[in-house]
Design a protein around this ligand. Sequence first.
Ligand code: AMP
Ligand code: GLY
Length: 425
Amino acid sequence: MKILVVGSGGREHTLAWKFAQSDLVDEVLAAPGNVGIVGEPKCRCVALSADDAAGLKKMALGEKIDLTVVGPEAPLVAGLTDTFRDARLRVFGPSAKAAQLEGSKVFTKRLMKKYRIPSAEFEVFDDFAAASDYLSTIRDRVVVKADGLAAGKGVFVCCNRDEAMQGLTAIMKDRVFGDAGNTVVIEECLEGEEASFIAFTDGREVIPLASSQDHKPIFDNDQGPNTGGMGAYSPAPVVTPELHELIVRDVMIPTIAALEAEGAPYLGFLYAGLMIKDGRPKVLEFNARMGDPEAQPLLFRMKSDAVPLILAALDGKLAGMSIEWDPEDAVCVVMASGGYPGSYEKGKPISGIEAAEALGNVKVFHAGTGRNDSNLVTAGGRVLGVTAKALGIGAAIDRAYEACAKIHWENAHYRKDIGKKALNR
Ligand code: AMP
Ligand code: GLY
């Protein structure tokens, strides 16, 4: 069969790499894909943007694509899977209606409240004056969130009222996220340790992947502004086997049941961003897709073929399926352009990827790379996901950093503490 992966980041390189290993798959197309995907066996990139729904549909029909997997949130929220389904193309990913779970924080907060899915207390405002009046009454730390998609940057975790007012002003007055900030959620600030919980779902059954943990802030010890994610590891020991069961029972199953009850059945990867405290999960956010960079360590240590799981989900037959995992831990360190998540330079020549992979049990996934003549160069904020596995989290961390040390470009930046929380447990 022929699979199409929509998107161009590290997650999409990882998905394409994983699908290409399936005996069921003859060819993987990626749109637009990236330089890393071009270099994979069985893979080919097509120069179509992830938001070009009409172009993607035409190409998928012309290429006789058997299955499409959509990587990023924006095309899901914009309804790419609806366009594909209308054209009788098989696609793994939620409808626009179900993708509101990521596309609108107000929708999701109200859904969680109605169906008693554990989450932070909140208020919703579509008026700046009312929101700032409310902020003048609060004493505790709060989180101010733009309702719509903001590339992971629409959330302000505020230590005091001044910070909260600054966040609110940025969203509603300065409109830095445009219409995504027409409405805000102001919510209780939760304490604890974060974990990512991702599952395959057909809207009735949930087949969870292993647990993982992201590292959102740019600097070590979770300092500095949030990014798309600076590294991840799997499994995350904060998610004990008991907690795993609890998350499935109290978060994942109730959420897909709630969406079905609301007339928006969910098909695709469902990602719950959780705060764990005293062995109990609360939902920080849902994503309507695989995580990035969580995909890198997760799929690197997933032994089962992912394609039969996706096909079973499309047929509504996930029940009874399971996933086999490599007993080794996997760690992904994201190497970024100096300056990211602010402004940064592109076009810096990259060296050392082959030497890094020659260490064994190392895979370097591309996120923001390009070609300048025959040279591999930087072309984005997050450039590479250097992913390693080994028995024990300490050994996996050491191997990932040994690999990073072999890779060079001018002004490369990466965190030195990926996986430390797992090691400290
Ligand atoms: P979100 O896009 O909602 O996941 O928010 C991005 C990040 O902000 C999360 O990964 C958390 O680190 C943080 N965050 C979001 N909501 C809360 C909350 N209610 N309490 C504490 N931190 C939060
Ligand atoms: N790593 C966080 C995300 O994919 O949104």
